[in-house]
Design a protein around this ligand. Structure first.
Ligand code: 6GU
Length: 224
C-alpha cells in the first residue's frame, strides 16, 4: 500500500509515522507514506494557498489551483483507488471503513484547513469525505494520522500475534473484554479467579460474556 498525504503542515504529520507500529510497517516495506507540502504547488512571493470566500463571510477557503496541481502531479505518476478529503462534515470513520480502506493499493489524503477547500476540489477529485468524530480540530492533519493508523495496522504482517487486530474492540461490533497482568493481587485488588484457572474454554466464554456486558453498559448502540 502507498499513502500520499497533502498538507500545509507536513511537520505536524511526520512524527506519528516515525515511531512504533507505523514505523515498523514502513521499515518492513508493507506501506509507504509520503507527505506533500501544498505550498510547493502555490504561486507568487507569498505562496498563497487560501483566499476570501465568494459571497462574503468569515474564514478563508483553500484555493483550487495549488490542490489541482498537487493532485494532478501525483495522478500522473500512478492510479489512486481513493482520494480522501478529511473534513468535519464527512462520514464518521468507523472500523468498517478502516477495514475496507485497508484493502486498497494507493490512497491519497487531503487535509483541510480554515473553512475547507473550494467545493470544486471536492466535486472534481474527492472519492470520499471522512471525519473522525463530532468535534472540530484545527486542521485535517491529526485526522489523517488517525485514519492512516487505523488502516495501516490492518495490513497483513503489520501486527504480530500479540497485537492481533482480531481481538480489538469494534472488530465484531463488541468492545474488548477487561484484561489483567501480573501481579495476581495488588493492594488487595484481585484478578478474576477464572483467568488464573488454566481452563481455556471457560476463559474464552468469560471473555465473550465480559465483552457483551461491557458493550451493553457502555455502548448499547453497537448492539442494535
Ligand atoms: Cl477530518 N477535520 C477537522 N478539522 N476536524 C475534525 C475532523 C476532520 N474530524 C473530526 N473533527
Amino acid at each position: 500500500m502507498r499513502i500520499d498525504i497533502i498538507t500545509i503542515l507536513p511537520e505536524l504529520l511526520r512524527s506519528p509515522f516515525e515511531a512504533s507500529i507505523l514505523k515498523r510497517a514502513q521499515d518492513k516495506g508493507l506501506v509507504e507514506v509520503h507527505l506533500h507540502n501544498l505550498r510547493d504547488f502555490s504561486k507568487g512571493k507569498y505562496n498563497q494557498i487560501d483566499d476570501y470566500q465568494y459571497g462574503g463571510g468569515a474564514g478563508m477557503v483553500m484555493m483550487i489551483e495549488p490542490i489541482d496541481k498537487c493532485i494532478s502531479n501525483l495522478q500522473s505518476q500512478r492510479d489512486y483507488d481513493e482520494i480522501i478529503y478529511l473534513t468535519p462534515d464527512g462520514i464518521t470513520l468507523n472500523q468498517n471503513i478502516a477495514n475496507e480502506l485497508s484493502l486498497k493499493g494507493n490512497i491519497m489524503m487531503l487535509c483541510g484547513h480554515y473553512k475547507g477547500v473550494d467545493q470544486r476540489v471536492r466535486d472534481m477529485f474527492v472519492t470520499r469525505e471522512i471525519s473522525i468524530g463530532d468535534y472540530v480540530l484545527s486542521g485535517g492533519e491529526l485526522a489523517a494520522a488517525v485514519l492512516a493508523d487505523s488502516i495501516i495496522r490492518l495490513l497483513p504482517g503489520v501486527l504480530n500475534d500479540e497485537t492481533s487486530a482480531l481481538s480489538d474492540s469494534f472488530q465484531d461490533n463488541l468492545l474488548a473484554p477487561e484484561v489483567y497482568t501480573r501481579p495476581a493481587e495488588y493492594k488487595g485488588l484481585k484478578v478474576p479467579d477464572i483467568l488464573l484457572s488454566g481452563d481455556f474454554p471457560k476463559i474464552e466464554k468469560w471473555r465473550q460474556n465480559n465483552a457483551l456486558e461491557r458493550t451493553q453498559q457502555r455502548r448499547p448502540d453497537l448492539l442494535d
